[in-house]
Design a protein around this ligand. Structure first.
Ligand SMILES: Nc1ncnc2c1ncn2[C@@H]1O[C@H](COP(=O)(O)OP(=O)(O)OP(=O)(O)O)[C@@H](O)[C@H]1O
Ligand SMILES: [Mg+2]
Length: 394
């Protein structure tokens, strides 16, 4: 890592600004790509003086914490989102379509929407610049990002948008005297003033749609996305089940159905070992992680050879997998083992969801593996007979 990158890194980890503020988002989106720490052999690592060693280990930990894999699913969703944004950018008078990413916990929803937002931010800044006026008074903020905290009310939604832009209404008591509609207007003005084209609302499941507020928020979201030239991108868990997306609603919920009619819904799936293709995909994921790790004794096949074990530990959930590998890599660095194996991972506990299913899944996979071996033996046996016959004839 260069000195500048290190200084930047230090400053940003100290500040840890929330992505729901424009400063935090800009930090995230404009941060230069991290340089991969050099791969050193064990004797080279051991030859480092204590200060250099501490720095090298810290760099590796930061690197491992930020591994980003452009998996097939990430790539697929990014491509679809780019299509939606492109067409929304071109026809400014048409009602904008919105997109939603609906998937179970820890499958990478935030990762997908944030990396998409970051790419889009960079692309727009490159096209139009950092400022929007000749006096350099108005910042160009192509993306607005909000993470819904707990139950959201209409006022809360607008306050969060205003908070992202550090609007004065959020600083004092001004907002208390402002009507919801005025706050909405102010939020929409911010979106327009800063030429924001993409509004990301993460953890939308915290929005309760069964309450009066929920319906109103839905209508407000529609109003915002219709009125202004921004594309809304929502992410959350079980949005369909919660009535946030889908059709066929009646009565009071019909308004919601209409609201979400224009939403394109994407999903992310956990990995599986069910077919040859999905097994290959799982192994490919492990291979890419393996290649990204910087461990002195790391070698090809270190993770791929444990593919079934890793699946049993993580139930094919990328969040659980990355946690397990990161913790394993940290321990391998700390203890000087410098590689990851089953004994090391056996001792690391991860999230409860994965741990609960671990025993059952391990037993099932062991059984499947034994059955597979038996089938293979049975298949190979008749093939060997003519060969054996020939041998004995000779
Ligand atoms: N493509 C990826 N490359 C590397 N790591 C990933 C990727 N996708 C997800 N992860 C890891 O999985 C973990 C969970 O990801 P993320 O927070 O994006 O999931 P989520 O679906 O938003 O979860 P939640 O439902 O809790 O909001 C994170 O630690 C992240 O680093
Ligand atoms: Mg998330």
């Amino acid at each position: 890592m260069t000195a500048t990158a290190r200084a930047f890194e230090g400053a940003s980890t100290r500040r840890q600004r929330s992505l729901s503020t424009y400063e935090g988002w800009k930090d995230f989106a404009e941060r230069p790509p991290r340089a991969r720490p050099e791969h050193l052999a064990r004797d080279q690592v051991e030859a480092l003086d204590p200060e250099a060693r501490a720095r090298y280990d810290a760099d590796r930990r930061v690197w491992h914490a930020n591994i980003l894999l452009r998996t097939r699913q990430v790539h697929g969703v990014h491509t679809q989102l780019a299509d939606i944004l492109d067409s929304n950018l071109q026809d400014s008078d048409r009602v904008k379509s919105a997109a939603a990413l609906d998937a179970p916990p820890a499958l990478g929803k935030s990762t997908v929407v944030n990396t998409f937002g970051r790419d889009f931010h960079r692309q727009r800044i490159a096209e139009i610049g950092e400022q929007l006026d000749a006096d350099e008074d108005i910042l160009h903020l192509p993306v607005c990002h909000i993470t819904v905290p707990g139950r959201l009310t209409i006022k809360g939604l607008h306050m969060m948008i205003l908070g992202f832009y550090a609007h004065p209404a959020t600083a004092g008591i001004l907002h208390r005297s402002m009507a919801g509609r005025d706050l909405a207007r102010a939020a929409a003005d911010c979106i327009e003033r800063h030429d924001t084209r993409l509004v990301i609302i993460d953890d939308l499941h915290f929005l309760s749609m069964r309450t009066r507020d929920g319906v109103e928020v839905a209508n407000q979201l529609k109003w915002l996305s219709n009125e202004y030239s921004a594309t809304f991108l929502f992410a959350g868990v079980a949005l369909r089940e919660r009535g946030l997306v889908g059709e066929g609603a009646v009565g009071r919920e019909a308004a919601m159905a209409q609201t979400f009619r224009r939403w394109t819904v994407f999903s992310l799936d956990p990995y599986s070992l069910r077919t040859k293709h999905t097994r290959e995909e799982w192994c490919s994921l492990l291979w890419h992680i393996e290649q990204a790790l910087v461990l002195a004794e790391g070698c090809d096949g270190m993770l791929v050879d444990m593919s079934r074990y890793l699946f049993a530990r993580t139930t094919g959930n990328i969040g659980s997998l990355m946690d397990l590998i990161r913790r394993g890599a940290s321990r391998a660095i700390r203890t000087g083992q410098e590689s990851i194996d089953r004994t090391l991972l056996d001792d690391i506990r991860i999230d409860e969801g994965a741990e609960t299913e671990r025993g059952e899944l391990e037993a099932r996979l062991d059984k499947q593996e034994a059955a597979r071996r038996a089938r293979r033996r049975a298949k190979e046996a008749p093939k060997q007979q003519p060969h054996a016959g020939k041998k004995s004839a000779a």
